[in-house]
Design a protein around this ligand. Sequence first.
Ligand code: SF4
Length: 315
Amino acid sequence: MDRGLLHTVVMCSLRELHLLLTYRCTMECDHCFVWGSPQQAGVMTLEQMRQIFEQGQALGSVESVCFEGGEPFLYYGLLLEGVRQATARGWRTEVISNSYWATSPEDALLWLRALAQAGLDDLLVSDDTYHGTSEEALPRNATAAAEQIGIGRGTIAIREPAASTDAASSAKGEAIKGGSVRFRGRAASRLTSGLPRRPWRELVTCPHEELVSPIRVHVDPLGYVHLCQGLVMGNLFRTPLPEMLAAYVPERHPVCGPLLSGGPAALASAYALPHAACYVDECHMCYEMRDRLRQRFPEHLAPAQMYGVARQDAS
Ligand code: SF4
């Protein structure tokens, strides 16, 4: 494809901004691919959020903002203002939460009313065994309250680990709203034991993320723009999003290039990385290879939080 045309495709394709307000969470789930944890710290500031929104607006293609984390309700004031500002820009808004705050139907209403007034369109709550069976009333309380006050609601239920992720419920490049575990982040280190594996030479594609013309990116409190969790296009506090996207040539990205040419197997071969004979799936191998390459490409494989390093500051 002509490079100018490719840039145009990238510029026009980005419809969703997913803001990781923080890596901190009330829980530490085994399947979490951003390593959310009470041990993590750092949060996006209001000024940073404003900058991200301005850059998103300058693209002209953004239609929606999803607030997530970590647990976005931990920074409720910022979340509220974020929903307000995104709505004022004409964007659809969504929040993903573990619903720790929905301690009763009445309390859930307390948290959601102001968000509804700010313009929140949709609430998605985690409701699966990873989030604990003792707290199963929480997602019910949250979704019932959302329904009562007219917020769209849904649940994210991730299935128990299986041999492969081929039955995932979301299409390539789209947000994950259920289905199989994706073996990235903590899931790659905690949930792969005992599962059937495939020879590494068969892992020749990136099956789940759109690395050429992404429709969504995740932006974290440090400004990193993620094509996949921990796989970074750039940092928008250093290079604004419109410039970053205009300059993005996927084939020249030191990690996306090999992934596009032949998946995680090509990534390992390109950098002569030591590897196992077999992996559960493409993401499992990709995540392990990327972790090995972090020191070499610190601006493209970041931040440390995405690779399991707990940070008590925002760096
Ligand atoms: S193969 Fe790598 S880049 Fe592609 S979805 Fe899996 S972890 Fe992400």
